[in-house]
Design a protein around this ligand. Structure first.
Ligand SMILES: *Cc1c(COP(=O)(O)O)cnc(C)c1O
Length: 371
């Protein structure tokens, strides 16, 4: 028998969530095309499940070449955006062979394009508008434009789309400065724009579309986390926004015991019972991707009822409070997060992290069951 832990992936929820953001983005003028972001093994859900759940998207965005190949093998024949572009010269052969659209964010990558003896029908040029991560800054932008124009003239490059990534899209005023910088950088360059992540799609769709309309540009967006039913906002639950959890991390109780007052639970005896109580041991630990820093009190569902974890999470197991759950026994189902349990964001909050980290951190030993 395998360990009872599983990550159940709901492709219907993926499709529902995509539909929901598309609704928001189609309500604006111009409406925006959608890249469904499936980096990091589709935020832990699996590339193949994502290809199936996101059939209605206009393209898939990711950054590992081997994940792009997996998407092609899963018969995805629409565009694929490579979010970090080529890492080395030899990547470009695969980029061309699999018809990937690479992001180009530095002069080193432009040098690779010049040295490449093939041609690329489309690239995304990434501009840094205040994130200070990837992208051209005003100081080296003209050089990049000159090199791109030369590549286009030589027939080695086709269409150029301009892209940036926002550092503070979850704030109401978070786009004001970066959008101004972006427009300044691309104002004399024809080409579509690709701007919004989940937070910007949900909070700023009208503002972004209005700006694009004013400059006569078409738009692409890049939502990720909301497609998986988690929230890009610290103060707004995904369920309140209408998103459905796409992953249910479930397991079972593998031991139940009665504990006397004064007994400690788990490594370091971090929780000490102050009264006689019943506790259960769940087959799920940090080697499965459950956060070790989740403290006593972190919500978990046992037999359909919300209770709390007790003491330290260990590598393969954790202990939960069975007070008031007298019918729970070995084999009782446990939902760590997802449908029928706490949201991944609630668990993340308790563990001082974000849903993104928990979803993408579910480890390879947890079998994915795609529904
Ligand atoms: C991860 C990523 C996204 C998606 O971000 P979410 O917050 O998950 O919506 C969009 N664009 C880029 C460049 C990214 O790296």
């Amino acid at each position: 028998m395998p360990r009872p832990i599983q990550a159940i992936v709901h492709t219907a929820a993926l499709a529902h969530n995509l539909d929901l953001v598309r609704g928001v983005l189609q309500g604006t003028k111009p409406s925006s095309n959608v890249w469904a972001v499936i980096k990091a093994n589709a935020y832990g859900h699996g590339i193949e499940a994502a290809v199936s759940g996101f059939q209605e998207s206009d393209g898939l965005a990711l950054l590992d070449l081997d994940e792009a190949v997996r998407a092609r093998q899963a018969r995805w024949d629409k565009p694929i955006l490579l979010l970090e572009g080529p890492f080395q010269m030899s990547d470009l052969g695969l980029v061309a062979h699999h018809q990937l659209t690479p992001v180009i964010h530095n002069l080193e990558q432009l040098a690779m394009l010049r040295a490449f003896d093939g041609s690329l029908p489309a690239i995304y040029l990434k501009l840094d508008t205040g994130m200070t991560r990837l992208g051209f800054l005003p100081v080296n932008l003209q050089q990049a434009f000159d090199q791109i124009d030369a590549l286009v003239r030589d027939g080695k490059l086709g269409k150029v789309t301009y892209m940036t990534h926002f550092a503070c899209a979850d704030r109401l005023d978070g786009l004001d400065d970066p959008l101004q910088r972006f427009v300044q950088m691309v104002t004399n360059r024809p080409g579509a724009w690709c701007l919004s992540n989940s937070a910007a799609c949900l909070l700023h769709a009208d503002k972004v579309a209005g700006l694009a309309a004013g400059h006569g540009r078409s738009l692409w967006s890049r939502p990720g986390i909301c497609l998986y039913g988690a929230s890009p906002f610290s103060d707004r639950a995904a369920s309140d926004l209408g998103f459905k959890p796409a992953m249910t991390l479930r397991s079972e109780l593998i031991s139940v015991k009665d504990v006397q007052a004064g007994e400690g639970i788990g490594y370091g005896r971090m929780f000490v019972a102050d009264r006689p109580m019943r506790v259960g041991v769940v087959a799920c630990g940090y080697a499965d991707g459950y956060p070790r820093h989740a403290p006593t009190g972190t919500p978990v569902a046992v037999g359909g009822q919300i209770t709390r974890i007790l003491g330290r999470v260990s590598m393969d197991m954790m202990t939960v409070d069975l007070s008031g759950l007298s019918s729970a026994g070995v084999g009782t189902p446990v939902v760590l997060w997802g449908e029928g349990g706490p949201s991944v964001d609630e668990v993340a909050k308790a563990a001082a992290t974000i849903g993104y980290e928990l979803l993408s951190g579910v480890t390879a030993r947890v079998p994915r069951v795609v529904l």
